[in-house]
Design a protein around this ligand. Structure first.
Ligand SMILES: NC(=O)c1ccc[n+]([C@@H]2O[C@H](COP(=O)([O-])OP(=O)(O)OC[C@H]3O[C@@H](n4cnc5c(N)ncnc54)[C@H](OP(=O)(O)O)[C@@H]3O)[C@@H](O)[C@H]2O)c1
Length: 437
């Protein structure tokens, strides 16, 4: 059963514009997606208003500016030692801007604060946290009954089956531009899959900065080169994932969880211009594509506004008076093995996607610190997947996902440090059910 359903069947359709616009909680508000969401909300007060924000605490001044700008009633700061900096920055800014009568929002620290923000009463929770750590927040927001605008694809990858059990019909709206494009290419904004007549979903992919590199050249790229994405400004994890194509691999698993068409009917095609954001191919020979400038504010606004169209002017339209060339080319899976690995993990199901994701996050951290070469990232994922015995979907619990995540991280670290891999029977895989351990 796919997670996304036709508008007519979806029960989670907030009243657009009622009571001063949709109330929105932004998790990860100071990040790339989160900041752009704040821009969209601030530009369209008739449609949206931010009621709570959450961030880790690395940028308290920006968080304070956002809280002041949006008038959010609650702010969660996961790092407790950043709370004081946040409140000082808020007070100083309010004073400097002559808005000192605006009350300090309720500030909640730690993981409890983040959980409170995810469950805060609102119409829509935008989850723009990075990594598998975003899963508990997704589950909390779903259980609280909010519509979830999901940028945190790792939630769906690591915990797709857990999310499926708690998500109501149509309660999740994707923010990833590819999945947002697909939902716009299905009939009448209705994201019913399998839609009769849809034979394939095609995710486009910029190919990243190393699209034309040989395997030897890939082995020599530096973290700085990798973080300079040609089209998108994103957080470090997703930028590296874009360069390895792990990001597209995660998106394949995400597409399967959201639309349920089957891995054999999902494809990826390289499109360096990043204007066509994805396509739905129909059995009649047509492919419907969504095209727009590469700007995350559009899919963010589309998710916040669903099932209505986003407000006018979120991004400037394409200039059709100019000549354009759009290229499409197949992925070279020898140089970029991440897609095949992701499909393998997705087909294995259960805890395998969580292990895939955790291995990648560990390997990316090692790459960014200069400890391993670029090509070792996907090698490490493959190595970890090969040693993982997944807990099957029907036995999946939050603890099993967490254990698989922890096991895969440890396994990947051991592998990268050249330490012995945990061996079945000697160092049991905690993701395996107890009777097998
Ligand atoms: N960036 C894009 O264009 C893009 C596009 C599609 C999908 N996505 C997906 O969107 C998600 C976010 O990506 P991003 O690029 O926006 O990430 P990012 O720039 O790294 O921002 C992450 C945000 O989450 C906050 N955060 C991190 N850990 C936290 C914690 N434990 N508690 C509370 N807040 C925490 C950060 O706050 P601090 O900085 O204070 O820690 C920051 O506000 C990822 O899943 C990514 O795959 C991103």
């Amino acid at each position: 059963m796919p997670l996304v359903l036709p508008t007519a069947e979806a029960v989670y359709v907030p009243q657009c514009g009622a009571g001063g616009g949709r109330s929105v909680v932004v998790l990860g508000s100071t990040g790339s997606v989160g900041s752009q969401a704040i821009d969209v909300i601030a530009a369209h007060p008739e449609r949206f208003r931010a009621v709570a924000l959450a961030a880790g605490g690395a940028n308290p001044a920006l968080l304070a500016r956002q809280a002041l700008q949006t008038g959010a009633r609650m702010v969660a700061v996961t790092n407790p030692s950043a709370v004081r900096e946040f409140t000082d920055a808020f007070t100083a800014l309010a004073w400097a801007e002559g808005t000192s009568r605006r009350p300090l929002p309720v500030v909640l620290p730690g993981a409890e604060g983040l959980s409170a923000a995810a469950g805060w009463p609102c119409d829509v929770v935008l989850n723009a946290l990075p990594g598998a750590a975003g899963l508990p927040a997704t589950l909390t927001a779903l259980k609280a009954g909010s519509l979830v605008a999901l940028a945190n694809k790792e939630s769906l990858v690591a915990g797709g089956e857990l999310i499926r059990r708690v998500a109501g019909p149509g309660q999740i709206v994707p923010v990833d531009c590819g999945h947002s494009a697909i939902m716009q290419c299905l009939p009448g904004w209705a994201y019913a899959c399998p839609v009769p007549g849809v034979q394939r979903l095609i995710l486009t992919c910029s190919g990243g900065p190393f699209r034309t590199h040989t395997r030897a050249q890939l082995a020599a790229v530096t973290p700085a080169q990798t973080l300079a994405h040609p089209r998108w400004r994103m957080g470090p994890l997703v930028t590296v994932n874009s360069a390895t194509l792990v990001n597209k691999g995660l998106e394949l698993i995400e597409a399967q969880t959201l639309f349920g068409l089957g891995y054999d009917r999902l494809s990826v095609v390289i499109h360096p211009q990043s204007v066509v954001h994805s396509m739905a191919e129909y059995t009649d020979g047509s492919a419907l594509a969504q095209a727009a400038p590469p700007d995350m504010r559009l899919p963010i606004a589309a998710a916040l506004a669903w099932p209505q169209r986003p407000p006018p002017g979120v991004v400037a339209s394409l200039d059709w008076t100019r000549a354009h060339t759009w290229a499409f080319e197949p992925v070279d899976e020898d140089r970029f093995p991440a897609l095949a690995l992701a499909c393998h993990a997705g087909r294995l199901g259960g805890t395998a996607p969580a292990a895939f994701n955790a291995a990648n996050e560990e390997a990316v951290t090692a790459f960014l610190t200069g400890a391993i070469p670029f090509t070792a990232i996907t090698d490490a994922i493959e190595q970890t997947l090969n040693h993982h015995t997944p807990v099957p979907d029907h036995d999946l619990t939050p603890d099993a996902v967490q254990a698989a995540d922890a096991w895969a991280r440890q396994h990947t670290r051991n592998h990268l440090l050249g330490l012995p891999a945990p061996i079945r029977g000697l160092a049991p895989n905690p993701a395996r059910p107890a009777k097998e351990a």
